[in-house]
Design a protein. Structure first.
Length: 446
């Protein structure tokens, strides 16, 4: 069967629907220096050994996260992953499994998803959790749409501290599904409670937020409930729940989170695993799948898909979501890692993260021109520099230090954030790493 590519008119129609003028606009986030203007200068044919040598040499030009001091966060974090995690998830019965359509032959998959749900519910302080979504960003958008269904309203308020990628995914869903968003300006946009009204379905906040700030949202939860709205709490650093008060105890109605930090390496940006938890009374409007425990005819313990809200499984008009898969292998890695840690291990890991961040903050505050912007943080915080943060990051990289994430990477048109740098420290961060970052900043800052 011949492959028939899209015609120019097909492409033009698709670009118009997306809202961009050209295909080049889809790659505008890639720096010009990193783009190829033509084909790679490679020979037409090579032997396997030669190809391996050539590609290995090209790959060696990358700076791997573990090869230099690493302070990058911004929603994806470098943690220690026990060797047992990767070994176990690569067993054939796990690696090749997919969606458990037939529970009678998918008991192993269903059991670990049941355990995964239990872990997520305990971590978030919620009553019920589903069998995972794609990632934290899609979980956030699904939470907004769920709040719309529950309240019968079509307007969501997004905090200025919400991760900009999560905000963009919500905006995309809003455009095509048809609901309204009211978004605060980033970094100190104010109190989202002031935007809550009779038409508000939910308020979406993040804790710790995109800039690393930790807050107590109990008061906001009360304000939302008095107005008939829901509170959605987003968590991008799930390890923080080993130390920070869980969203459920603050009065959250829905928790949407990213589980990458447990069991899942950086992997150049994915795949990730979305976490989703809510109150038991709202379970019928929850997207995705819910694995439940039961007994068979012989009284033996077993598992089933108790709830499956995808449109392929039920009537389209009753579907709450079209989330098709559940990042099952990533969810299994999460479950194994957390089971190996246990409650005490997770708490200790969280304390190590926070301790490393405190040590980092104390050292950076002594660098002339560097100002800490956070009142409270977990393992990530924002600093203001005396020159554009993107320039500083490039100069630090030249010295063999990956110094963090310039906020201008996410907000390129906001001059007020051009000199703000996000830095993260985890249990993988050493005092020597911190010393090299401090020394590097002293060299490159005026």
């Amino acid at each position: 069967m011949r492959y028939l590519p899209l015609t120019p008119s097909d492409r033009a129609e698709m670009l118009a629907a997306i809202g961009v003028e050209s295909v080049d606009r889809l790659f505008e986030d890639v720096p010009g220096a990193a783009r190829l203007s033509g084909l790679l200068d490679l020979p037409r044919a090579m032997g396997e050994i030669e190809v391996d040598r050539l590609v290995s040499g090209m790959a060696a030009r990358n700076v791997a996260a573990g090869s230099v001091p690493f302070f990058i966060g911004g929603g994806v974090y470098r943690h220690h992953i026990p060797a047992a995690v990767d070994h176990l998830i690569q067993r054939g019965e796990f690696l090749t499994s997919y969606t458990p359509y037939q529970p009678e032959i998918s008991q192993g998959t269903l059991q670990y998803l049941f355990e995964f749900q239990t872990q997520v519910a305990l971590l978030t302080g919620m009553e019920v959790a589903n069998a995972s979504l794609y990632d934290g960003a899609t979980a956030c958008a699904e939470a907004v749409m769920m709040a719309n269904r529950v309240t019968g309203r079509r307007k969501a308020v997004l905090s200025g501290g919400l991760h900009p990628h999560y905000r963009e995914v919500c905006e995309t869903y809003a455009r095509f599904v048809g609901f309204e968003l009211a978004a605060e300006t980033p970094f100190g946009g104010g109190d989202p409670a002031r935007l809550v009204g009779s038409e508000t379905s939910c308020v979406v906040v993040q804790n710790p937020d995109f800039f690393g700030e930790v807050r107590d949202y109990s008061g906001l939860a009360q304000t939302c409930h008095e107005a008939g709205a829901l509170l959605v709490v987003v968590v991008t650093e799930i390890v923080s729940l080993g130390a920070v008060r869980p969203p459920g105890e603050m009065g959250a109605d829905i928790v949407a989170a990213e589980g990458q930090s447990l069991g899942n390496a950086l992997n150049f940006g994915g795949p990730h695993v979305g976490l989703f938890a809510t109150r038991d009374k709202l379970v019928r409007q929850m997207p995705g799948r819910l694995v439940g425990q039961t007994v068979d005819v012989a009284g033996r313990r077993g598992w089933v898909l108790t709830l499956s809200t995808r449109e392929q499984h039920i009537r389209r008009e009753k579907a709450t979501s079209n989330i098709c898969t559940n990042s099952g292998l990533c969810a299994l890695a999460f479950t194994i890692h957390l089971a190996l840690l246990g409650e005490a291990g997770l708490t200790r890991c969280a304390r190590l993260n926070h301790g490393a961040a405190i040590a980092l903050a104390e050292r950076l505050e002594h660098v002339p021109g560097v100002r800490l912007l956070n009142h409270a943080f977990f393992n990530e915080f924002a600093v203001r520099l005396p020159r554009p943060a993107a320039e500083v990051v490039e100069m630090l990289a030249g010295k063999g230090v990956l110094g963090g994430v310039p906020v201008s990477r996410f907000y390129p048109n906001d001059d007020a954030l051009a000199d703000v740098l996000l830095v993260a420290a985890t249990e993988m961060t050493t005092l020597d790493d911190i010393g090299r970052l401090e020394a590097g900043l002293r060299e490159v800052l005026p």
